[in-house]
Design a binder for this molecule. Sequence first.
Ligand code: NAD
Ligand code: G6P
Ligand code: MN
Length: 441
Amino acid sequence: MKKFSITIAGGGSTFTPGIVLMLLDNLDKFPIGEIKFFDNDEDRQATIAGATEVILQEKAPDISFTATTDPKTAFSNTDFVMAHIRSGKYAMREKDEKIPLKHGCVGQETCGPGGIAYGMRSIGDVLELIDFMDEYSPDAWFLNYSNPAAIVAEATRKLRPNSNILNICDMPIGIEELMANAIGLNSRKEMEVRYYGLNHFGWWTDIRDKEGNDLLPQIREHVSKFGYVTKDESLQHSDASWNSTFAKAKDVQALDPETVPNTYLKYYFYPDYEVAKSNPDYTRANEVMDGREKFVFGECQKIIDEGTAKNSELHIDEHASYIVDLARAIAYNTKERMLLIVENNGAISNFEPTAMVEVPCLVGSQGPEPLTQGEIPRFQKGLMEQQVAVEKLVVEAFEEGSYQKLWQALTLSKIVPSAQVAKDLLEDLIEANKDYWPELK
Ligand code: NAD
Ligand code: G6P
Ligand code: MN
């Protein structure tokens, strides 16, 4: 059996150790001969890489391992690039969240002004990684989950149409695990779903078990009472802010009781509520820096110091096993059904063909085949048209260096109340992002 070579771009990510442990846990299904880390921050990556070396020595000494900042080393002879970079790191995430709040708008990593600012940083960096892959391993596949995935996906569609790229998000997977738990199933894999939307902006319209029994009524009832909060606390993200997001899904679902929604829609439906409960001096970025980042880097340093991972509390990110499913689908032509962010091209029949939409696809060695979801209702169509226009305008603004288009994008965002607020925001965001954005004219 072929042993695959994997490049993890964003080797210094807080998610890297969980993904490595997950890959090691799945070697029978997906054999690996080589893992390479690539990051543009050598020091940050060194801590995660140092711990990974110890972990591999103990669990899988046959896998060769390199951590590098050199693109040629990282991207040569690779089969899959798993990309989760964060352009500007948490310092810039903090600004993406705090600057909008200063203007009375939702401050969020991927939605509204924060997502637009992050998009303008991410596009160039992700395209650069794709170019490295295309230069050094042109047959490889690029599995992207770098955010904001909606904007990055549109940029890859438009600017790298011939590269092998799959854009994916773990939010629907996380929510499906909660749904499965709420109705007493062992795993989300017992469910087959129909879903449509944009990334962080979608709805489940049909959920069945493998025999075809309709599970949606039960799930709808649970969500209408409790959102996605379930009794099994091990499934919840441990932070309070995530639990309040899962609870708020109840109010999001009330807008269309026939379906169940993606949690991210709360930022578009209840922005006033979100702003009111935000602390402009301590946002999710601070929570992550004080929580996940300290924990992961602390545990990795401990592994390095002790020379063993046997006392480590780092855990397998089970949740991330969709990454193996995706790689296996390509490698072995499994035709697994997965939600991906793909060019619409008729999958939603009454929606813009060139929009990047999130829909179920069959994934095989030729890539994804989107499954048709038919016509969508006026409410969702209206919301999605507005949001997809924002995403496309951001990519055009990046491409053309256009101040005007970025102002239009911010003005069109449902989260921003007026063109004046959009302009004030834009001025602040330009200043904060001057080391990252292309110059706007
Ligand atoms: P992190 O800051 O801990 O890790 C990101 C790493 O990327 C850092 O080590 C940084 O140095 C590196 N990096 C930044 N720019 C780079 C570049 N141009 N080239 C190479 N490396 C670069 O962040 P995190 O919280 O672990 O998240 C990582 C990414 O994964 C984020 O984009 C996050 O939004 C994304 N994410 C996506 C999903 C999804 O559903 N799609 C789920 C979880 C996380
Ligand atoms: C979910 C989303 C990701 C997002 C992450 C943020 O997993 O699908 O797109 O990056 O949440 O989580 P965090 O813990 O960093 O706030
Ligand atoms: Mn996501």
